[in-house]
Ligand binder design. Structure first.
Ligand SMILES: [Zn+2]
Length: 153
Protein backbone atom coordinates (compact mmCIF):
# COMPACT_ATOMS: atom_id res chain seq x y z
CA UNK A 1 0.00 0.00 0.00
CA UNK A 2 1.20 3.50 -0.82
CA UNK A 3 2.27 5.43 2.22
CA UNK A 4 4.93 7.73 3.51
CA UNK A 5 7.65 6.71 5.89
CA UNK A 6 9.13 8.83 8.60
CA UNK A 7 12.67 8.28 7.35
CA UNK A 8 14.04 11.05 9.57
CA UNK A 9 13.65 8.66 12.50
CA UNK A 10 16.33 6.42 11.01
CA UNK A 11 19.77 7.32 12.37
CA UNK A 12 22.50 7.39 9.74
CA UNK A 13 25.26 6.08 11.95
CA UNK A 14 23.36 3.16 13.38
CA UNK A 15 22.79 -0.40 12.23
CA UNK A 16 19.32 -1.88 12.39
CA UNK A 17 18.13 -5.44 12.45
CA UNK A 18 14.90 -6.07 10.57
CA UNK A 19 12.64 -5.70 13.62
CA UNK A 20 14.32 -2.45 14.66
CA UNK A 21 14.06 -1.15 11.08
CA UNK A 22 10.35 -1.91 10.93
CA UNK A 23 9.82 -0.26 14.32
CA UNK A 24 11.75 2.88 13.40
CA UNK A 25 9.71 3.29 10.22
CA UNK A 26 6.46 2.11 11.77
CA UNK A 27 5.96 -0.48 9.07
CA UNK A 28 5.86 -4.26 8.92
CA UNK A 29 8.82 -6.60 8.81
CA UNK A 30 7.39 -7.86 5.48
CA UNK A 31 7.78 -4.36 4.02
CA UNK A 32 11.46 -4.26 4.94
CA UNK A 33 11.88 -7.76 3.50
CA UNK A 34 10.34 -6.58 0.21
CA UNK A 35 12.72 -3.65 0.12
CA UNK A 36 15.69 -5.98 0.31
CA UNK A 37 14.32 -7.73 -2.79
CA UNK A 38 14.09 -4.34 -4.49
CA UNK A 39 17.72 -3.58 -3.78
CA UNK A 40 18.02 -2.38 -0.17
CA UNK A 41 21.37 -3.67 1.01
CA UNK A 42 21.50 -5.79 4.11
CA UNK A 43 24.63 -7.24 5.64
CA UNK A 44 23.72 -10.87 5.17
CA UNK A 45 27.03 -12.31 6.23
CA UNK A 46 26.00 -12.24 9.84
CA UNK A 47 22.93 -12.92 11.92
CA UNK A 48 20.77 -11.09 12.61
CA UNK A 49 20.84 -9.38 9.21
CA UNK A 50 21.73 -5.74 9.69
CA UNK A 51 20.85 -2.67 7.69
CA UNK A 52 23.09 0.34 7.51
CA UNK A 53 21.13 3.35 8.78
CA UNK A 54 22.21 5.40 5.78
CA UNK A 55 20.89 2.84 3.30
CA UNK A 56 17.66 2.35 5.19
CA UNK A 57 17.08 6.08 5.52
CA UNK A 58 17.73 6.72 1.85
CA UNK A 59 15.50 3.85 0.76
CA UNK A 60 12.60 5.02 2.94
CA UNK A 61 13.11 8.58 1.72
CA UNK A 62 12.91 7.45 -1.91
CA UNK A 63 9.84 5.34 -1.20
CA UNK A 64 8.11 8.34 0.38
CA UNK A 65 9.12 10.81 -2.32
CA UNK A 66 8.03 8.46 -5.09
CA UNK A 67 4.48 8.92 -3.90
CA UNK A 68 4.73 12.68 -3.81
CA UNK A 69 6.21 13.17 -7.27
CA UNK A 70 4.79 11.66 -10.39
CA UNK A 71 6.84 9.88 -12.99
CA UNK A 72 6.63 11.41 -16.50
CA UNK A 73 4.90 9.34 -19.18
CA UNK A 74 7.59 6.98 -20.35
CA UNK A 75 8.16 3.45 -21.52
CA UNK A 76 11.66 3.56 -20.02
CA UNK A 77 11.10 4.40 -16.33
CA UNK A 78 14.63 3.29 -15.51
CA UNK A 79 15.86 6.50 -17.14
CA UNK A 80 14.46 8.51 -14.26
CA UNK A 81 16.00 9.10 -10.86
CA UNK A 82 14.46 10.93 -7.93
CA UNK A 83 16.27 14.22 -7.43
CA UNK A 84 15.89 15.58 -3.91
CA UNK A 85 17.46 18.90 -4.79
CA UNK A 86 15.06 19.97 -7.56
CA UNK A 87 12.34 17.61 -6.33
CA UNK A 88 11.10 15.32 -9.01
CA UNK A 89 11.93 12.53 -11.42
CA UNK A 90 14.93 13.59 -13.49
CA UNK A 91 17.14 12.07 -16.13
CA UNK A 92 20.87 11.82 -15.46
CA UNK A 93 23.35 14.20 -17.04
CA UNK A 94 24.49 12.87 -20.45
CA UNK A 95 22.43 9.75 -19.67
CA UNK A 96 25.43 8.40 -17.78
CA UNK A 97 25.43 6.55 -14.47
CA UNK A 98 27.78 4.52 -12.30
CA UNK A 99 26.71 1.16 -10.97
CA UNK A 100 28.15 0.44 -7.54
CA UNK A 101 27.50 -3.15 -6.48
CA UNK A 102 26.69 -3.75 -2.83
CA UNK A 103 26.32 -7.51 -3.18
CA UNK A 104 26.57 -9.78 -6.26
CA UNK A 105 22.85 -9.28 -6.93
CA UNK A 106 22.17 -5.66 -6.08
CA UNK A 107 23.66 -2.22 -5.75
CA UNK A 108 23.21 1.47 -6.46
CA UNK A 109 23.11 3.56 -9.58
CA UNK A 110 24.56 6.98 -9.03
CA UNK A 111 24.70 9.98 -11.32
CA UNK A 112 24.23 13.74 -11.66
CA UNK A 113 20.85 15.40 -12.19
CA UNK A 114 20.55 16.87 -15.68
CA UNK A 115 18.36 19.68 -14.38
CA UNK A 116 20.18 20.91 -11.28
CA UNK A 117 23.59 19.11 -11.20
CA UNK A 118 22.71 17.57 -7.84
CA UNK A 119 23.75 14.03 -6.92
CA UNK A 120 21.12 11.43 -7.71
CA UNK A 121 21.07 7.75 -6.92
CA UNK A 122 18.74 4.79 -6.80
CA UNK A 123 18.86 1.19 -5.78
CA UNK A 124 18.68 -1.54 -8.40
CA UNK A 125 19.29 -5.21 -8.95
CA UNK A 126 22.18 -6.46 -11.03
CA UNK A 127 19.81 -8.33 -13.35
CA UNK A 128 18.20 -5.00 -14.30
CA UNK A 129 21.45 -3.53 -15.60
CA UNK A 130 21.22 -4.98 -19.11
CA UNK A 131 17.79 -3.38 -19.55
CA UNK A 132 19.04 -0.09 -18.11
CA UNK A 133 22.00 -0.20 -20.51
CA UNK A 134 19.63 0.00 -23.51
CA UNK A 135 19.26 3.72 -22.83
CA UNK A 136 21.82 4.71 -20.18
CA UNK A 137 25.59 4.56 -20.38
CA UNK A 138 26.32 2.57 -17.23
CA UNK A 139 29.85 2.30 -15.88
CA UNK A 140 30.26 -0.73 -13.67
CA UNK A 141 32.38 0.16 -10.66
CA UNK A 142 34.26 -2.90 -9.55
CA UNK A 143 35.62 -3.65 -6.13
CA UNK A 144 34.12 -3.07 -2.77
CA UNK A 145 32.74 0.38 -2.15
CA UNK A 146 31.33 -0.44 1.22
CA UNK A 147 31.80 2.58 3.40
CA UNK A 148 32.96 1.94 6.87
CA UNK A 149 32.12 4.11 9.79
CA UNK A 150 34.85 4.46 12.32
CA UNK A 151 32.40 4.65 15.13
CA UNK A 152 33.29 1.61 17.13
CA UNK A 153 34.92 2.47 20.39
ZN1 LIG B 1 17.83 17.93 -9.75
Amino acid sequence: MARKYNWRRVKKHFSYDIAQAAKALNCSVATIRNWTKEGLYCMADQKPFLFDGRDLREFARQKSAAQKWSMPETNAPWNYFLCFRCKGYRKPYLLMADYIPATPVKGRLSSICRTCDGAIMKFCRTDQISKIRTTLDVTHQSGSTTLTDSESS
